[in-house]
Design a protein around this ligand. Structure first.
Ligand code: NDP
Length: 338
């Protein structure tokens, strides 16, 4: 069983030397204890939060122990089971980590979940019909709460979370405007995902230019903003925000490698009487069933589109993860093992 461990903690930018690849014996089916399930991972989910866990500092998620398998969501197949709720061949999602197989005591509810792959591909349960999709759903429906005709802006718009935010906003009758890095991502966001506009922020490296681009894309101002990036983008949005607008603070990826993320115009939150709310999706498990029902229905019927960047083989995981932090992914970043 090949595994990727956290070998050292990054100082500043994370690098390949922070990871190591090892091989461990896998327990045979006869060695499973009562309640345990042996799972073969087909897909690993790579997510920005993993960067925070590589540090030994206080965050909302506990640090990843040094020398332990990189933690993360996985989708795969039951190989053997001593748990009556699971059978060999079942498709499952869980927190299997960066490894080819894992053994888990599945007696506790929610540790391992069976998924139906008849109308939804297995990998989508790590993206649009999984944690990133629920994140988008939560920030949009519980914080931004867009009304028909309002304008919703989202950063990292072509990504796993952002792509869902804009499509859900459109489905609720709002105008959706994205920000993404590069012409190809912006074209995809408008032409494939159906956003009303998308700004290539790389073409607008200063605040005046970015805010001007937002003005053009949002002629009626901004009523809701879903923040995935932070920094210049947030300031530019504040400059175009309407009175009583709402900001869902979901992520600040522009600072995940330790860069400072200054905010130049916090006073606009006051003068615009804005609501700015941070959230962690895993703290709202009670809403996941409702969110997943809507997301699953939309994906199964083709009304919610998504895109994946798929790296091949376990050994490709560190490089793909570092690429995710630099915007080299295009859509949900996965690693395919089988
Ligand atoms: P994405 O699929 O959106 O991938 C990350 C994207 O971020 C990149 O593709 C890139 O897009 C953009 N990006 C990276 N670095 C920068 C930078 N320095 N400046 C601007 N953009 C950058 O990832 P996810 O959809 O999985 O996550 C999106 C955000 O949501 C993250 O901030 C993540 O931490 C957050 N999140 C928060 C959760 C919560 O509970 N609060 C749960 C899940 C995710 P581009 O090329 O367009 O710049």
């Amino acid at each position: 069983n090949r595994q990727i461990l956290l070998a050292s903690r990054p100082q500043g930018e994370a690098g390949l030397d922070n990871f190591s690849l090892v091989e461990q014996d896998l327990p045979g089916p006869e060695e499973l204890a009562e309640g345990q399930v042996l799972v073969r991972n087909h897909f690993l989910s790579l997510d920005p939060y993993m960067r925070g866990r590589m540090n030994d500092s206080k965050s909302y998620a506990a640090p990843q122990p040094l020398g332990a398998v990189m933690l993360g969501g996985t989708a795969g197949e039951v190989i053997a089971s001593r748990n009556p709720a699971f059978q060999a061949g079942d498709s499952v999602v869980g927190m299997g980590g960066w490894q080819e197989h894992f053994v888990v005591d599945a007696s506790q509810r929610g540790v391992l979940n069976k998924v139906d792959t008849r109308h939804i591909p297995l990998s989508a349960y790590l993206g649009a019909v999984g944690m990133p999709g629920v994140t988008a759903w939560y920030g949009l429906t519980q914080i931004i709460r867009p009304k028909a005709g309002e304008t919703v802006v989202v950063s990292a718009a072509s990504g796993a979370v952002g792509s869902v935010v804009g499509q859900l906003a459109k489905a609720r009758g709002a105008r959706a405007v994205g920000l993404a890095g590069g012409a190809e991502k912006c074209r995809y966001v408008v032409e494939e995902l159906g956003f009303d506009a998308c700004i290539d922020y790389r073409q607008h490296p200063d605040l005046a230019s970015l805010s001007q681009a937002l003005k053009a894309a949002c002629p009626d101002g901004i009523d809701g903003h879903f923040e995935n990036v932070g920094g210049l983008i947030l300031d530019a949005v504040l400059l175009r925000a309407n009175a009583f607008s709402r900001v869902a603070m979901c992520g600040m990826i522009s600072g995940y490698n330790g860069e400072p993320i200054p905010l130049q115009y916090p006073q606009l939150i006051l003068t615009n009487r804005m609501k700015v709310e941070g959230f962690i999706v895993s703290e709202h498990m009670e809403l996941w069933p409702e969110a997943l029902k809507e997301l699953g229905g939309l994906v199964a019927t083709g009304r919610l589109k998504f895109r994946e960047s798929v790296a091949q083989g376990l050994e490709a995981a560190p490089e793909a993860f570092l690429g995710l932090l630099k915007g080299r992914n295009f859509g949900k970043q996965l690693v395919k093992l089988v």
